[in-house]
Design a binder for this molecule. Structure first.
Ligand code: FES
Length: 430
């Protein structure tokens, strides 16, 4: 712990307008506080309702390292349950997903309904009170917005729509470009891990400058293929913009820099030529834009980034270890070629671009190990071109670090004024 003489860290000192302290990325005690106050006290993305296709469906998730199950219970509701037997703590489910009438603990056979009720207690007569309310599984509060499922342990959280706030129109736009406004997630995410702190992803999410340098080899591939890659430009002189959206959320809109539309930025990939040819022969060319992302990266603090056609879910594992889960969203009610193209397009950056980011994150984490160099600079754009509206939202070029400064303010708010947490439980049935 880096604060041996104080009960509470001095967050105003650690997070200043133009710099943040290295210990925010390296201190294990602060990391534990984050798991409680940020990954417990605010809304976190947990999953999508297309991952729960029928009653009895469940998927395994985490909420700040707490093992969680999302379930479709027999009451017709989606539940967020602690994946922990209430007897002596055994993890109930180890499969990533499945469908079951009930969940049975492998240790002593306690059996739970998918709404969290304890259904069967073997040798019940040996317990003083076999119907104790605390025997039902612990639950978090869950709300859904257009298929996206969020959960929180906050006792009295804001309504999900209010928390999304200014990000809501951007999320609507993301979904509305699909027929009937719906997406479906493929079952298995791409999982990547890096030896670095989870907030390095937030520092990177709206950082338009890094793409020119860190993704140089990816840009070179595009250049060789004669495509209009957007990452290789001078980031300070493109019309692309970033905007802060409150609650730590932000968006990067690349579209002003892409007059030819999203498909014009795609280089040739295996099988793409045939798929593109098939679509062009049958449909208007604009349909091809549905095969790519909409060139708007929307980041919902603290753990979801919509980038391309993927939902990137951030999973902190330790102060210096993070897992990234990349879920591919496919469109429903579209020609099959569109979703096949989505697969190819999304493999492209994950294969040739994301490794650059992971390597940089690990280099940063190692660099932050020098205790005598205390500060990280986040001042870019503050005095040069950012515009703030009446609601405090800041719009700037993609070279601005305003989104970084904004998420740190939300981080500080959540860490300094922790909200009460509450474990919910099903009520005892008659
Ligand atoms: Fe689960 Fe005993 S620990 S039934």
């Amino acid at each position: 712990m880096v604060f041996p003489t104080t009960d509470s860290p001095n967050f105003d000192w650690l997070i200043q307008s133009d710099r943040v302290h290295r210990c925010l990325y390296t201190d294990p005690a602060l990391f534990e506080l984050e798991m409680e106050r940020i990954f417990g006290g605010t809304w976190n993305y947990l999953g999508h309702d297309s991952e729960l296709p029928q009653p009895g469906s469940f998927v395994r998730r985490t909420l700040g390292r707490r093992p969680i199950l999302l379930t479709w219970g027999r009451d017709g509701q989606i539940h967020g349950l602690f994946n922990r037997c209430t007897h002596r703590g055994t993890l109930l489910v180890t499969a990533d997903r499945g469908c079951s009438q009930r969940l049975t603990c492998p240790y002593h056979g306690w059996c739970f309904d998918l709404d969290g009720h304890l259904h069967t207690l073997p040798v019940a007569e040996s317990y003083a009170n076999p119907h104790k309310a605390s025997f039902h599984l612990g639950q978090l509060r869950v709300e859904t917005y257009r298929g996206l499922i969020f959960g929180t342990l906050a006792a009295d959280p804001p309504k999900l729509a209010n928390w999304l706030g200014a990000a809501l129109p951007w999320l609507d736009e993301h979904l509305n470009r699909h027929p009937k406004g719906t997406i479906r997630l493929l079952d298995s995410p791409v999982r990547l891990e890096f030896a670095g702190n989870w907030k390095l992803l937030w520092d990177n999410a709206a950082d338009g400058i890094h793409a020119t340098f860190a993704h140089r080899s990816y840009n070179q591939l595009g250049h060789q293929a004669k495509t209009k890659t957007v990452l290789a430009r001078n980031p300070a002189s493109t019309p692309m913009v970033s905007q802060t959206l409150g609650h730590g959320h932000c968006v990067v809109d690349q579209r002003p820099g892409i007059p030819g539309g999203p498909w014009s930025t795609m280089r040739q990939l295996p099988t793409c030529e045939e798929l593109e040819g098939s679509l062009r022969a049958q449909y208007p060319p604009e349909l091809l834009d549905l095969a790519t992302g909409n060139m708007v990266n929307l980041s919902l603090f603290p753990n979801l980034i919509l980038v391309g056609n993927q939902l990137m879910v951030i999973e902190p594992l330790a102060v210096d270890r993070t897992r990234i889960n990349l879920y591919l969203a496919v469109a429903t009610d579209v020609p099959e070629e569109i979703n096949l193209l989505r697969l190819r397009v999304d493999e492209d950056f994950v294969s040739f671009g994301t490794p650059d980011d992971l390597a940089i994150f690990e280099r940063i984490q190692e660099g932050l190990g020098i205790p005598e160099e205390e500060w990280l600079d986040i001042s870019r754009g503050e005095q040069a071109g950012d515009r703030q509206d009446d609601w405090g939202r800041v719009t700037g070029s993609i070279a601005s670090e305003a989104p970084i400064r904004a998420y740190w303010q939300e981080w500080k708010r959540l860490m300094r004024e922790p909200v009460p947490l509450k474990v919910r439980r099903a009520v005892v049935r008659d």
